[in-house]
Design a protein around this ligand. Sequence first.
Ligand code: ADP
Ligand code: ZN
Ligand code: ZN
Length: 744
Amino acid sequence: MKLHEIAVAAPVPGSLTYSCPVALPIGTRVQVLLGNRLVTGYVLAQLPEDEELPAAIKIKAVADCLDAHPVFPAQLVPFFRWMAAYYHHPLGEVIRTALPAGLSGSFSGAAAKAKTEPVVRLCAPLSDQPAAVLKKSEQKTLELFYQHCGGRQVMPRRELTKLYAGAGKALTSLAAAGLVMLEERHVYRDPFGDLLPFSDRPAELTAEQAAAVSSITAAIDTGAFQTFLLHGVTGSGKTEVYLRAAEHCLAQKKNVLVLVPELALAAQMEGQFYSRFGEQLAVLHSGLADGERFDQWQRILRGEAKIAVGARSAVFAPFAELGLVIVDEEHEATYKQDDRLRYNGRDMAVLRARFASCPVLLGSATPSVGSLYQAEQGKYRLLTLPKRIGGQVLPQVELVDLSKEKRSQKDWFFSNRLLAALKENLAAGLQSLLFVNRRGYAAFMLCRDCGAVVRCHNCRVSLTLHRGRNQLLCHYCGYSLRPDIICPDCGSGDVVGLGLGSERVEAEVRRLFPQARVARLDSDAITTRRAQLNLLRQVREHEIDILIGTQMAAKGLHFPKVTLVGVVWADSGLSLPDCKAAERTFQLLAQVTGRAGRGERAGKVIIQTHQPSHYVLTAAYAHDCRAVYEQEIALRSLLGYPPFGRLINLRFSGPDEKQVENAAKSAAALLRMCLAKDCLAADILGPAPAPLSLLKNRFRWQLLLKGAQPEILHWLCDQLLREKDKICGKKVRLAVDVDPENMM
Ligand code: ADP
Ligand code: ZN
Ligand code: ZN
């Protein structure tokens, strides 16, 4: 009998030993008995045959083998083990999270066929074209090409013939004369069949891009772990650096993993990688159906796909031979998973590179304070792209001090300056984007008689007024009320909506600019990916004059014709009880600012605020990442927050407040005793009710561990988890959040 180390997909710590008459390959799935239940297990190792086992231990046999071939490569096993230990999560559950859900389903096997389209490529620049010898139709075709090619050497033939019916014939003769080439190229369609904008390979890199690429390719050739931080302002061509580095890596017959923070950006990045690498690309994200995800996974396993692009969970892509890992927008908090296995995709990408001995490239226009610190310490190698491509300047930023604006109470949220700029832009036939931090019509409902705020029945948060749905809505649990309520505290009927939401800004814009074409991009107005892509296309094709958007519109999107960006109220995130509030607000402002002036015209940004002298706002005004970094580093060093110390948040929740409180208090007592007994140094802060102290009918308390030595914090968690059943009982849940991004 051969012995195997097996991790079971159940909440048990570590791994177990099972026997089987034949040796099972690492990475295959089996069924094993756990107690008297059949559960799925994953083969992690074959144990030495002559291992002496105490006679008292009876080894169970594997009940069934589910796979003939591994579903993950053996190289991933140390990565899984590390994650399980670091996030205090059962090993088998880590592996289950990593694998695509469709793995139990049937596999269709057929890979999608390559899609191509006919394009025209210019052989020489216009100035070199012998104009005199051209026929009229040829001349016209070339002119149209220049007007519509957006500065590139290539455009789809279909676009030219749409503009001018005679182009088809003219192109044939131009090609015969050697002036243009007619070729086919890969096109990429999103899962709904819509064509994504094509990105052509620029002939030359800028000097900064070239320097960045050569540092990375040198590291790929060395094949050693190294972390690069690519700090490039918005529009500086970071994506091209990713593409070139990937190209080099593929030429070395190694694989590339690319992470993007969220779905909306995944499509854009997919499109760019697909147009360069075609069928060598696999995509992995939650927007795929289970079956599709499974197919993509299998293509990687079989070595058909050499590059994977995807959101957080793509960090588990089953590559055996990784040569490069890329993380775009590395500062994004969305890399952190907020439930079950609370891992950070960005951090795990760095870890995967370390296990695979390959470089990792972290890119951002606004790198996190932590990453800049690592660069300063010499742990990360800093690469910078300080200028926008094509000499575009960064948009000019204006701060408007709302406390100096004397407008009526009703529409305080539009300063005269912003209104004038919107009017001017509209008159000039240009597009504007208005950024609002919150969806809905009014942020909260206030009783004018007693001052009470209407709160959710299940959560202790204020309800938001949504006019379109005609509801007061809880953004956390979905609880809703009709808006025509009486005050729950005093029974008065005088309850009014106050505060700002995207829906209200939209209504106001429509009232002020009835002639403008207005649209709103938030998760109320846009509920499907198809609708989102559709709206983005409308914006790109200038069917919209003023776009009102929340976070959804702020990030990474490329709108060449937007020249004015207005931030309606910059301050809402600044006062959150979170040590990253200032950093996040700056990143958001910088991202929004980056949406302006990405075409030929310079952009302008107007930021409205009540705190114009706050360092976050002066830094946004001056495009000065550094200033925020220095303020934050000084503050965090003083408080021992990351990157100077580490944090682990322990959250207790349950339906009975007293039980939750007691569990949190006994946990704190136990941990303080552990520290005292071994004379170790760490801070145990709390316990205290979480800022969101009631959510979905569960009361929440938290206990924060802080310290300069992560080992001590992890050891404390281990001590607590050992006593968990005693401390928490049956009704209280304990969530361990290592390196928390969200402490609400
Ligand atoms: P970032 O990701 O830094 O915001 P992008 O990758 O969106 O910047 O680049 C901005 C634009 O510049 C894109 O349209 C891209 O195709 C183009 N671009 C990038 N590198 C070059 C280059 N070397 N020459 C010409 N155009 C380039
Ligand atoms: Zn009242
Ligand atoms: Zn609620």
